[in-house]
Design a protein around this ligand. Sequence first.
Ligand code: BJW
Length: 239
Amino acid sequence: MSFEDVTRWVRAARRIVLLSGAGMSAESGVPTFRDAQTGLWAKFRPEDLATEDAFRRDPAMVWDWYAMRREMVAKVAPNAGHGAVAAFQQRHPGRLTVVTQNVDGLHQRARSPGVLALHGNIAEDKWLEPPRACCEVARLRPDRPPSCPTCGNLRRPAVVWFGEMLPEAELAAAQDAAAACDLMLVVGTSGVVYPAAGLARSTRGKVVVLNPVPTDLDDAADAVLRGTAATLLPALLED
Ligand code: BJW
């Protein structure tokens, strides 16, 4: 299937889901998780750091990893891909739903409405254990990570780690959108992490993978477009 075929599918589709992963933000300068081991994660696998066990083993190390990423994300801006998606949504209200695995908030900063963020938000944190009364009233101890000075409860990033449930409402809304769409654009994800990747396998709509390299979801795709998010999406989503 050619780029022109996919353009026709976009024009004809009444409901579109855009499922994004880390590659969506690569051209904003945010490193992906699993690309060539040259980036920030060269020394770590996400499966080893993005878990509650890793945090409990070495809270300061995991906190610092997230603090560094938070700082980096705060400094970057949405790219032409995020912008094209948001502009399409503004021109066609209600026609395209963004479902993202990204925690960087760049779709939201590009002003995409109603983004379904499946893996949380790196800019926020939450309590590791259910908070007691002391956690809510006391001033945090400013350690790495900050903690409750009375009971020692730790703050942790408000993201979804391996083995944790995804936010129920967002996942349900994403599953509904996937079930109802006639076209799903799968952008910048390796497609190895579930249940997010399962959305592309369960939809009855056409599936188009947009990625510079092969992914685990190519076998579920009706078309594969090789290229980057910031080059393909503006061309695909223009009227
Ligand atoms: C470009 C580009 C450019 C580059 N333009 N593209 C079914 C089968 C097997 C396992 C499971 C299953 N169901 C559940 C599991 C277990 C597990 C899982 O999926 N494991 C697999 C790894 C095997 N899933 C979970 O644990 C999930 N929870 C869950 O299922 O709860 C129920 C449950 C509970 C208890 C027990 C069992 C089940 C939770 C998953 C949470 C994932 N969290 C992370 C970290 C978030 C916080 C943080 O940021 O630190 O989410 S891991 C990391 O991977 C992050 C990402 O959102 C996620 C996906 O990665 P993504 O986005 O695909 O990035 P990359 O790097 O892999 O790919 C980038 C792509 O971009 C590449 O393809 C590039 O080519 C491309 N690219 N430049 C376009 N310019």
